[in-house]
Design a protein around this ligand. Structure first.
Ligand code: CMC
Length: 424
């Protein structure tokens, strides 16, 4: 039996039956009966903005899959570059396809000298690295004029490779500038994550060899952050891309969305919260104050996951491996106590509040030496693959330009009053 809903227009008595297809009903069908009556849905709480085959997310059951593959299996057995290929192409690469993919990305890691010397060096000395990244990604569109040919498959592929390859270089350059260190050129003998760590931390040694445990941890974190279906930044990418802007401009918009503390800044908020709590003994009082409505437990709760965030489970294991190399993050004990108390407290249980991916990711990044300002940048690097996968999908679906309607709540028509007659 086909599932459906029936709508009755009580003004006319007219009825329309609309099938429920994969959990959704078509707004185009709805419009046939009710033209000019809009769904009022700010923040898209009940609106599916697209039909996507990239990422499956079931918040009630804590399931996350990229192209059908469970995130747990990918985090255990794959790499970020392979996951990026999967997200973009829909299938895991053959050995030959992966070699080409890796080689192409490796040879596009360099940025034009003018991006660094004239553009990045022009920022104020204390510029935030995420602000620099947003601007630098947008600026790339002025270096690659062929990026405007978004329906030319060769051009599209080239921009995808360039963006994935250059994000770590731009990110590390932004960091080096913000701490007054000289720029480090990419080392194409290193893999994606190792090369990023080299560009971040290399000082005077001829060749930087990062610890393989830290490289693998970063690779896992990058896989976990590579996509998360229609989140705020991905929606920005699709909306801007729907105007047929070039992918650098659309990606810069997505980065800007990620810059906001409600999206890319939660793990930084976790570190600030743990630092403020200060000691394990102070945890119970802090939890009480949250329950009294004084602030939130950062890194807890999720708009979609109402059981547990599968990424949080993976990340907790990764944290132990990282701390074995870097030494334990002193904030870890506070975090563990907080988790223990909250998970046993009815306030958090009844509201289905569990640790999310950001509860532990900040602790790992901090232990690895990344400053707090780099946290959203570390999110943007891997999410680029997800943004681009959605951009390609949106273009292939020949999507119309995104253009929501509104419910108007302002003044009725009125006449202009000259300034000297106003206020009488
Ligand atoms: N600490 C304490 N109470 C909370 C929290 C929290 N972290 N999150 C939600 N609540 C309470 C909230 O006060 C409300 O209580 P009541 O029903 O008594 O008014 C109830 O739980 C429902 O909250 P909500 O704001 O309606 O839930 P939401 O789905 O709109 O918000 C959230 C989701 C992630 C914005 C929220 O849980 C939050 O602010 N968490 C802390 C910030 C955070 O960790 N953000 C990272 C999310 S993961 C990032 C990613 O996936 O990319």
């Amino acid at each position: 039996m086909t599932e459906s809903i029936t709508i009755t227009d009580n003004r006319s008595g007219n009825q329309l039956e609309i099938p429920i297809v994969r959990g959704g009903v078509s707004a185009a069908e709805w419009q046939k009966l009710l033209p000019g009556v809009w769904f009022y849905d700010p923040a898209f709480m009940a609106t599916a903005a697209c039909d996507s085959a990239i990422t499956y997310l079931d918040g009630e059951n804590g399931i996350l899959r990229y192209r059908g593959y469970p995130i747990e299996e990918l985090a255990e057995r794959s790499t970020y570059l392979e996951v990026a290929y999967l997200l973009l192409h829909g299938e895991l690469p053959t050995a030959e396809q992966f070699d080409t993919w890796r080689r192409d990305i490796t040879y596009h890691t360099f940025i034009h000298e003018n991006v660094r010397k004239r553009f990045l060096d022009g920022f104020h000395y204390d510029a935030h690295p995420m602000g620099m990244l947003v601007s630098a990604v947008a600026a790339l569109s002025t270096f690659y004029l062929d990026a405007k040919d978004i329906f030319d498959p060769d051009s599209r592929h080239k921009q995808i490779i360039r963006l994935i390859a250059k994000m770590p270089t731009l990110a590390a350059a932004a960091h080096r500038f913000s701490v007054g260190m000289p720029f480090v050129y990419p080392d194409n003998t290193l893999d994606f994550c190792a090369n990023f760590l080299s560009m971040m931390w290399k000082v005077a040694e001829p060749h930087f060899e990062p610890d393989p445990v830290l490289v693998r941890a970063l690779d896992i974190l990058f896989m976990l952050h590579a996509d998360h279906e229609q989140n705020c930044s991905t929606t920005a990418m699709r909306v801007v891309g729907s105007s047929h802007a070039d992918p650098y401009s659309a990606c810069a918009a997505a980065c800007a969305a990620l810059y906001g503390p409600r999206h890319g800044g939660a793990n930084e908020a976790v570190i600030r919260m743990l630092t403020e709590i200060g000691s394990v003994d102070a945890v119970p009082a802090f939890v009480e104050s949250v329950k009294q409505g004084h602030g939130r437990l950062q890194g807890f709760g999720h708009r979609v996951y109402k059981n547990y965030d599968p990424r949080a489970k993976i990340i907790k294991r990764t944290a132990d491996e990282v701390f074995a190399v870097t030494g334990k993050n002193p904030l870890l004990d506070i975090a563990l106590k907080l988790e223990e108390i909250a998970l046993a407290d009815d306030y958090f249980i009844s509201r289905k509040l569990y640790p999310n991916v950001d509860f532990y990711s900040g602790l790992i990044y901090q232990a690895m030496g990344f400053p707090l300002e780099m946290f959203p940048v570390l999110f943007a690097i891997p999410r680029t693959a997800g943004w681009l996968a959605h951009w390609v999908e949106m273009l292939d679906q020949d999507s119309k330009i995104a253009r929501p309607r509104q419910v108007y709540g302002g003044s009725e028509q009125r006449s202009y009053v000259p300034v000297h007659e106003r206020g009488r």
